[in-house]
Design a protein around this ligand. Structure first.
Ligand code: ZN
Length: 242
């Protein structure tokens, strides 16, 4: 939950060009520094009933929801991946944090900040190099293939996809290796389902509304993290037996 709270800070400050390393948390409305006892994840939001203690401005519910979501993602990742391979688990948790941050920035501001992706890529390569250097080649190929694939789509369909999405899937490839393939499949399927549902509900108007694609890729990234290798193994076994 503390990391979830940190993710909301990064997602708020980086697109605004502020440092996320220094500076105490302030109320975006009145600028008052938030006291430590009012900065406890989830609990403080509930005790303050979602309002700033100083000015009474609403604190968006996405803050405690992000903190809960991060905690749930971490717990599920530990349960699904297990603790036997510490390097793989560290990579998985770092990927969860990265995907939560880019989901927030893409939903709020329609951007996936380069700074977040670069830091994410450096952390991912660092953990992989330290724990499993033999996997680096596969990760590099997956990053290039996934990024290249989305780059072609972005060229053909610039309104639907941005360079932020291209760079995001390249970083996902670094973390996931071959499991980035099912991650992309899930991301595209989820995006298409929501897109079709919006067209069904709102008709032609929805066609013109661009929805940010990052959150769908992030969802695919989580599925790829948890079940990607199993899906790839099943696929290879089913279609290329022996
Ligand atoms: Zn305030």
């Amino acid at each position: 939950m503390i990391l979830g709270s940190f993710a909301t800070v990064v997602a708020y400050r980086v697109p605004r060009g502020e440092s996320f390393v220094t500076g105490r948390s302030k109320c975006p409305s009145c600028g008052e520094t938030i006291a430590a006892y009012d900065n406890i994840p989830v609990l403080s939001w509930m005790l303050l009933r979602g309002h700033c203690r100083s000015c009474g401005e609403r604190i968006p519910v996405r803050y405690p929801l992000t903190e809960l979501a991060m905690a749930a993602l971490f717990a599920a990742t530990v349960l699904i991946l297990g603790t036997a391979d510490a390097g793989e688990l560290a990579l998985g948790l770092a990927l969860c944090a990265l995907l939560v941050i880019v989901t927030l920035t893409d939903l709020e501001r329609r951007v996936i900040p380069n700074a977040v992706l670069v830091v994410g890529a450096v952390i991912g390569v660092g953990i992989a190099a330290a724990s499993d250097p033999s996997s680096l080649a596969e990760r590099g190929i997956a990053a290039a293939a996934a990024g290249g694939f989305l780059f072609l789509i972005a060229l053909a369909y610039p309104r639907g996809m941005g360079m932020g999405d291209v760079k995001l899937v390249a970083v996902m490839g670094l973390y996931l290796g071959r499991a980035v393939a099912p991650a992309l499949l899930v991301g595209f399927a989820a995006g298409a389902l929501v897109g079709l549902a919006m067209i069904a509900r709102k008709g032609a108007v929805a066609r013109k509304q661009a929805i940010p694609f990052g959150p769908f890729l992030a969802l695919g990234g989580i599925v790829g993290l948890w079940y990607g290798d199993a899906i790839v193994d099943w696929y290879l076994h089913a279609f290329f037996p022996g």
